[in-house]
Design a protein around this ligand. Structure first.
Ligand code: FES
Length: 282
């Protein structure tokens, strides 16, 4: 599937960058082949426009931010989050014509990330209950570009047959080729849930990672898929530990994704460090 050739994919929310990276200057991003610029408005909320000035096509992402507007680097026209040009230094008395505007996109922040929808959202950004559960801590894991496509990553996330081969040194058991259990349910056109138990060979490593007092020989995986490219993977260990991974391969174009991954874990008082968890995940 070539994601840039599927117009329906524009009608979903995608996380595009951590809010922590959206500070003083406008930032460029490419979503589904569309160049966009992001910045923070006067209230600190994220805003997104087409990264192309309506005057002489300069990249707005090379400009600056002033009073919550993005300022073009070429002739300093100022654009509000609505896309409207609200100030032109070259116009002393006349009002800025209303048709001087740039395409604006829906943009909001959630879970510490700026999310963008290029069209009309089919549904809202998914709710992850752990985000408001005080027993859980959130760990920002990955924000990096990979040379693959979003559908490939989703295919992999739902593939319970590869653990015994690809992950035989960490979370798979080469002697048990099939998942111990596999149950698919709650399927709809925009979501599904599967539950599977996977045999684990490297019991010591799993035990250390989960601070489990009992031997870890398997792990139960509850996978929720949200169309088109969001996975919520809940891992349950014999110790009772809940480890939830949100994996979101945001489509940059047909051959690249931005891997945005964050975790929730109900071990706030644990001595397992963030660095240790990210290292294990990688
Ligand atoms: Fe942007 Fe002229 S190109 S203000």
């Amino acid at each position: 599937m070539l994601v840039t050739q599927e117009p329906n994919l524009r009608n979903f929310w995608y996380a595009v960058m951590p809010m922590a990276e959206l500070v003083d200057t406008p930032k460029p991003f490419m979503l589904l082949g569309q160049k966009i610029v992001l910045w923070r408005d006067e209230n600190g909320e994220p805003a997104a426009l087409e990264d192309r000035c309506c005057h002489r096509s300069a990249k707005l992402s090379r400009g600056t931010v002033k009073n919550g507007c993005v300022v073009c680097p070429y002739h300093a026209w100022e654009f509000a989050p609505s896309g409207a040009c609200v100030h032109m230094p070259q116009l002393s008395e006349r009002k800025v014509p209303a048709n001087y505007k740039v395409q604006a996109y829906l943009c909001q922040q959630r879970y510490g990330y700026a999310w963008v929808c290029l069209g009309e959202p089919v549904y809202s950004i998914p709710d992850f209950p752990e985000a408001i559960n005080p027993a859980f801590r959130q760990i920002h894991c990955f924000n990096e570009t990979w040379n693959t496509s979003s559908p490939r990553v989703i295919e992999n996330e739902l593939d319970m047959g590869h653990f015994a081969v690809v992950h035989k040194g960490t979370i798979g058991n080469p002697d048990v080729a099939l998942p111990l259990t596999y149950e698919l349910n709650d399927t709809s056109s925009t979501s599904l849930h599967l539950c599977s138990e996977i045999s684990v060979r490297t019991v010591g490593q799993q035990q250390k990672n989960t601070r489990s007092k009992v031997e870890v020989t398997s792990r139960v995986m509850n996978v929720n898929w949200f169309a088109p490219f969001i996975i919520r993977l809940q891992l349950t260990y014999p110790s009772g530990l809940q480890h939830v991974i949100i994996n979101h391969p945001t489509p940059i174009d047909d051959g690249r994704i931005q891997v945005l991954q964050f975790h929730f874990r109900d071990d706030k008082d644990s001595d397992v460090s963030v660095e240790e968890l990210i290292s294990f995940e990688r």
